[in-house]
Design a protein around this ligand. Structure first.
Ligand SMILES: Nc1ncnc2c1ncn2[C@@H]1O[C@H](COP(=O)(O)OP(=O)(O)OP(=O)(O)O)[C@@H](O)[C@H]1O
Ligand SMILES: O=C(O)C1=C[C@@H](O)[C@@H](O)[C@H](O)C1
Ligand SMILES: [Mg+2]
Length: 164
């Protein structure tokens, strides 16, 4: 059984939908950002501000490797995991990659108190422009997140039938 890997923009629903899926199918859920924070015993914003993005990206790759060794799991990746092709190669070895495609309009409508990145719609559009082709290119399956989350969970499970 392949792992299920969710990619997509910050705020597109990877963690929430990934966790809900894991409740419905016999898979464990791992959030790659949380996994990294727990292993490093630090928060990502602190790593970004003290050592910078490049150092964070090295850690991200290291822990994606770790996670990819596990089986029958759902991985919610960080929004920037697609920035390194190496990450995708690692994840594809035993995983099926799903791009959760949610509009920037919907993402920016949310009240993201602890996520300044998502409150700045210009920044979101900039990230979207930089990454949309990567999300599309690396996806085995593209799922639109444009309905109630339970509907989306069912949509993913149905689409995955026979593919894992
Ligand atoms: N289809 C939807 N309907 C309503 N709310 C949604 C939907 N999809 C996602 N959300 C909400 O959007 C917010 C962001 O979702 P979530 O935290 O799962 O995104 P994420 O992709 O994991 O973001 P990040 O990359 O920042 O970790 C959450 O409050 C979630 O409940
Ligand atoms: O979009 C990004 O580049 C990021 C998204 C988050 O999930 C974290 O992985 C980190 O804050 C970087
Ligand atoms: Mg998340």
């Amino acid at each position: 059984m392949k792992n299920i890997v969710l990619i997509g923009m910050p705020g597109c629903g990877k963690s929430t939908i990934g966790y809900r899926m894991s409740q419905k199918i016999n898979y464990s859920f791992f959030d790659a950002d949380k996994y990294l924070e727990e292993k490093e015993n630090r928060i990502i914003s602190d790593i970004f501000s003290k050592e910078g993005e490049e150092y964070f990206r090295k850690l991200e790759t290291k822990y994606l490797k770790d996670l990819s060794k596990k089986e029958q799991i759902i991985i919610s990746t960080g929004g920037g995991a697609v920035k390194k092709k190496e990450n995708i190669d690692i994840l594809k070895q035993n995983g099926i990659i799903i791009f959760l495609n949610r509009t920037i309009e919907d993402i920016s409508k949310e009240n993201h108190e602890n996520r300044p990145l998502l409150q700045n719609v210009e920044n979101l559009w900039k990230l979207y422009d930089e990454r949309i082709n990567l999300y599309r290119k690396y996806a085995d399956i593209i799922i639109k997140n444009d309905d109630d989350m339970n509907v989306i969970v069912e949509r993913i499970i149905t689409t995955l039938k026979g593919k894992l």
